[in-house]
Structures are given as C-alpha cells and as structure tokens.
Design a protein around this ligand. Structure first.
Ligand code: ZN
Length: 326
C-alpha cells in the first residue's frame, strides 16, 4: 500500500467512530514459518494507525538462499535476518515484486549485511523515483511541517522519507522487464511480469516444482491496495495467475490461499472494480467487498470499510486512468 496519507486520514476518521471493543488486534506475524519446498514465509503486519509491511519469503536452493520482498520496518527486517540465520545460509539475491515501500525498504540494509546480494526487479522503480515517490515525499514533508500527520504515523512517514532519499540504492541489479525463466541460488523459477497492474510493471514468481505462485500485491487483504494501479491490467494479471497451474497462492499481504480461496478473492476484486466504475452508490461497492471478501475483512470491519470506501472513490474518480497508459 502506498497512498498512506489519504488512507491514514480516512482511517483516523473511521477510528473515531469505531467502537473500541472492535479495535483490531494486529495479525500475528509468522516468524520464518516453513510452508514446504524449502520456502519460509515471514508474515507482514498492518497495525492500526501504522503503515504496512508486505509478506516476505526466504527460499533456498543448492547455492544459497534468497529473499522475496524486504518489508518496510526494522522489526520486519529483523525477522528476515533471523530467518536467514535460522537456516544458516547466506543470501545471494532479493527478488522485489514491485517498488512499493512496504516491499523494498529493507533492501539497502540486507545488501550492506550480505554484499553478494543481487536484486532482481523491474525498472518501474525508475519512473516511480522521479514521479510518484518524489511527489509523495514532497507531500509528506509538507504534511509533517503542518502537523497534519497523526502522531502514530510520524515515525513511519519519516522512515519512508529516509528510504526515498536513498532511492538509487533500491534499484535492481538485474532488471527483469519481461517474463523469463531463471535460476536463483541454483533453484529454477519463472519470473512473470505483469504490465500496468499494481504498478507499471509487477513481478510475480511461479515455482513450478511446488505449484506455487508468489504474487506480491496482485493479491492483498483486507482490501486491494489500488494506489498506483491500473485495474484492468491487474485483472488480466489475476487471469494469468489463475491459468498458471498454481495450486497455492502467496499474497503480498495476508494468509496463503488455496486456488479456491484465490478464485473467491478474484471474483470479489472484479465485482468491486465493476461496481466502482459504475454509477451506483459507492457504499454498495464497499458493502459488496465486505461481503465477497468477508473471510479476509472480518477481523476489522470498520477499517476495512474505510479503506474500501477510499479505494472505490479513487477508482471512480478516474485518477487511476493514467496508470493504464503505456
Ligand atoms: Zn504491499
């Protein structure tokens, strides 16, 4: 999720109205939880009033370990490092699914700790550094100066500014702008590139040996994080995931999904976008999401609803249309 500021403002407002009794309990993090096939999941976080960390994974092969996505916060980075030391292997690579700061902020520290690391990712970060992230940094500095950032979010905002200031260090060593098969640490994987989906170019990983798709923010809970998205391209990418042969889907945020879970999430996504692009009340779109994705939303319905309202309005506004242009 990128558009933290408007979203956080919306969440802060929603929080005032919320019954404290239903205040969300942050989802428990799974510390380097083995999911089979020499793969470990480090669950992301999304505590109330804070910016999220995406899920990270550690995989290993005959020639070492590698990390998929490096999170945002120091606590998340510490879990990745614990996971790496737990399996006793030196990481040789990071694969970044996309440039959102909840997935790449740990890159510089991991590269400093493990100098052999090569980062795989798309070149979409180049446009983001001069476009979205530069604009985001400017509005963050202004909001901080005006005291407009909620106290609980100040540390996150300052952390993101520090990360953006080191933006050049986030760029990939190995640019992957088209789908291709690779071997990382001696382990064969298919890197699939989705164009104009969550960002201008997203990378997702198909691990054929495990029938597992690691899809970054092509799947997120409690809502789809549409800040920099082209909804139509995103839908096409979901079709590609569905057709990949995957029997298990690892989302960018939230729990691992079976193919049936994924199909349910995908239907809720398609319905939400169709509703938000229509002319009916946006309230109905949020209600539709809360019903269709209820199993992923129910732990904090007021916050989920506030976020669905925000993203429904964003889709309807036409502000995302520019992200669909080549
Ligand atoms: Zn994310």
């Amino acid at each position: 999720m990128r558009g933290w500021l408007p979203a956080l403002v919306a969440l802060a407002l929603a929080g005032c109205a919320a019954n404290p009794a239903v205040e969300a309990v942050p989802a428990p993090r799974a510390y380097a939880h083995g999911i089979g096939g020499a793969t470990f999941l480090i669950g992301g976080s999304f505590a109330p009033g804070r910016s999220p960390d995406g899920n990270s994974l550690i995989l290993y092969g005959p020639e070492g370990a590698f990390v998929i996505d490096s999170g945002r916060h120091a606590e998340h980075l510490a879990l990745i490092k614990q996971g790496l030391s737990g399996i006793g292997m030196t990481p040789v690579a990071i694969v970044n699914t996309h440039w959102h700061l909840d997935h790449i902020s740990g890159n510089p520290a991991l590269k400093a700790a493990f100098p052999d690391i090569k980062v795989y990712g798309t070149s979409a970060i180049d446009g983001a550094l001069t476009g979205f992230l530069a604009a985001s940094a400017a509005s963050s500095r202004k909001a901080l100066a005006e005291g407009a950032v909620p106290a609980s979010a100040v540390a996150d905002v300052e952390g993101d500014l520090a990360t953006i200031a080191r933006g050049a260090e986030l760029r990939p060593d190995v640019v992957v702008d088209e789908t291709r098969d690779v071997a990382i640490a001696g382990r064969p994987l298919s890197l699939r590139v989705a164009h104009h989906a969550v960002t201008e170019r997203d990378l997702w990983i198909y691990d054929a040996a495990e029938k597992r798709a690691i899809v970054g923010d092509l799947v997120t809970v409690p809502v789809p994080f549409l800040d920099t998205a082209c909804p139509e391209g995103w839908m096409k990418a979901l079709d590609d995931v569905a057709a990949s042969g995957a029997e298990q889907i690892v989302p960018g945020h939230g729990p691992i999904m079976s193919l049936a879970d994924f199909e349910q999430w995908k239907r809720a996504f398609a319905d939400f976008i169709a509703c938000a692009k229509g002319t009916g009340a946006l309230e109905a779109c949020s209600a539709g999401w809360l019903a269709g994705a209820a199993r992923w939303a129910d732990d904090d319905r007021p916050r989920t609803k506030a976020m669905a309202d925000y993203y429904g309005e964003l889709v309807r506004s036409g502000k995302l249309d520019g992200y669909c242009k080549a």
